[in-house]
Design a protein around this ligand. Structure first.
Ligand code: GRF
Length: 203
């Protein structure tokens, strides 16, 4: 399976996907990494692994629609079967999402449906939640609202700072994102026509 990964920053989730794709029995390969920021460290990770990279800066476009049209064109050239958003800090237009419906995944640092949006670790600490985590989900037009595929939980410790909590969650992200991509590549995972996650077999 040909995977495209979209990033904006450090790309540690991209790294986890690269590592998984390099295992001998991997059912997927990364065809392209696209970043909306030229300074994203993830681009270096990709280059180091010999993966093609593209930068598509949002600053070069007047509207979200224009950006997403250009993004779709880049993607079509790489011809991926699945797209993974990995710290891609852009909201995609419904038109774009629709085009890739069922073939577009995201990882979000919370136990969705709780804490959609930004600053999840801070908000979990403020709420005093004892448990936090991460979710891989199919992307739909509703921001962080698509059906979940796999979640991982971590404890929130008494004296946690947002950064410590984020690191604990991130470690789990690196475990579950490659898992979900592998399931998809093995044809065990689909978004059903009624908008639900369908996963065959036990993980
Ligand atoms: C991750 O926490 C991801 O869940 C969130 O942004 C962060 C990206 O980290 N959407 P990285 O770029 O993969 O290191």
């Amino acid at each position: 399976l040909r995977l495209a990964v979209l990033i904006s920053g450090s790309g540690s989730n991209l790294q986890a996907l690269i590592d998984a794709s390099q295992q001998a029995d991997s059912p997927f390969e990364i065809a392209v990494v696209i970043s909306n920021r030229a300074d994203a460290f993830g681009l270096e990770r990709a280059q180091r692994a010999g993966i093609a990279t593209q930068v598509l800066s949002h600053r070069d476009f007047d509207s979200r629609t224009a950006y997403d049209t250009a993004l779709a064109e880049l993607l079509r050239a790489a011809d991926p079967e699945l797209i993974a958003l990995a710290g891609f800090m852009r909201i995609l237009t419904p038109g774009f999402v629709e085009q890739w419906q069922g073939r577009l995944l995201n990882i979000h640092p919370s136990l969705l449906p709780r804490y959609r949006g930004l600053h999840t670790h801070q908000r979990v600490l403020e709420a005093g939640d004892p448990v936090h985590g991460a979710t891989v989900h199919f992307v739909t037009a509703e921001l962080d609202g698509g059906p979940a595929i796999v979640q991982a939980r971590v404890p929130v410790l008494a004296d946690d700072e947002p950064d410590q909590l984020a690191a604990r969650v991130l470690e789990q992200e690196h475990r579950i994102y490659p898992l979900a991509v592998r399931w998809f590549a093995e044809d065990r995972l689909v978004l059903s026509s009624d908008g639900r996650t369908q996963l065959d077999g036990e993980p």
